[in-house]
Design a protein around this ligand. Sequence first.
Ligand SMILES: Nc1ncnc2c1ncn2[C@@H]1O[C@H](COP(=O)(O)OP(=O)(O)OP(=O)(O)O)[C@@H](O)[C@H]1O
Ligand SMILES: Cc1ncc(COP(=O)(O)O)c(N)n1
Length: 277
Amino acid sequence: MDAASPPVALAIAGTDSGGGAGITADVRAFTACGVHGAVAVAAVTVQNSVGVSGFHAIPPDVVADQIRTVAGDMGIDAAKTGMLASTEIIRAVVAAADEVGLGTRVPFVVDPVAASMHGHPLLADDALGTLRDELIPRATLVTPNLDEVRLLVGVDVTDTDGAREAARLLVGLGAGAALVKGGHLEGSPEVVDLLLTADGSEHVFSSPRRETKHSHGGGDSLASAVTAGLARGMALPDAVALGKAYITRAVDHAYPLGAGHGPVSALWSVADWERQR
Ligand SMILES: Nc1ncnc2c1ncn2[C@@H]1O[C@H](COP(=O)(O)OP(=O)(O)OP(=O)(O)O)[C@@H](O)[C@H]1O
Ligand SMILES: Cc1ncc(COP(=O)(O)O)c(N)n1
């Protein structure tokens, strides 16, 4: 007898040839969190642990068609965006999202990726306004890091009050909720991610800060684990709690790889499985 079909989550994002971030991290998180991962590739990056040396943006209509063709066959229970590269791709994603109900019938997580952790740009400068004005208003949840917060709403977050103010402004852009991630707030012993929903409810997710430079793909992994929770029908705070639990474990198991920043890891799930074999 066939197994029951799992929920389907769709990642609309870029590839990472080094396998640390982007769509590779997304699909690992989807699998580890119990959903089937489908993908709409928006860009192919030439990337390793040291940085991004180039990328090729996929034609916008091909990005949109990947979304439509998955929706039309297997259905989409939740979707997330990562690297979208250009204004034209964002507009194509917005058009397809509206057609298939992302952000209305289907939970839609927007991770507003602007640059890699090495500081290499993954979004054209002139695309930030389109991301802010056309994509974020469709988001069930937007998940910026502190650099993206600064770019999107001009707030320099240094503490929880600043994160709260930034989240309020992000929700003011039209997102259903904002999760302001505190990974970049070096110096604090806890990593605090703050969730604010449009109805004003606030949830704080805190975990011990791990001393590691190997956190490549952390933001993608968190957003994808939250998306998996939403695809499974969880309420947003529960889905974010799942995402935080997943990323905390993945940072705990992050490993060095290459000369630069190694990835956060989902390989503990394989070790668990082998122990039980
Ligand atoms: N040193 C750390 N220890 C534990 N958790 C961390 C650490 N750094 C980041 N995290 C967690 O990882 C997630 C991603 O946070 P971060 O603010 O680094 O986003 P990001 O910049 O988009 O990620 P990245 O650039 O690493 O892909 C958050 O849930 C954060 O709490
Ligand atoms: C294709 C792609 N998408 C997203 C990121 C951001 O991840 P990080 O901030 O860990 O470099 C990346 N480096 N590459």
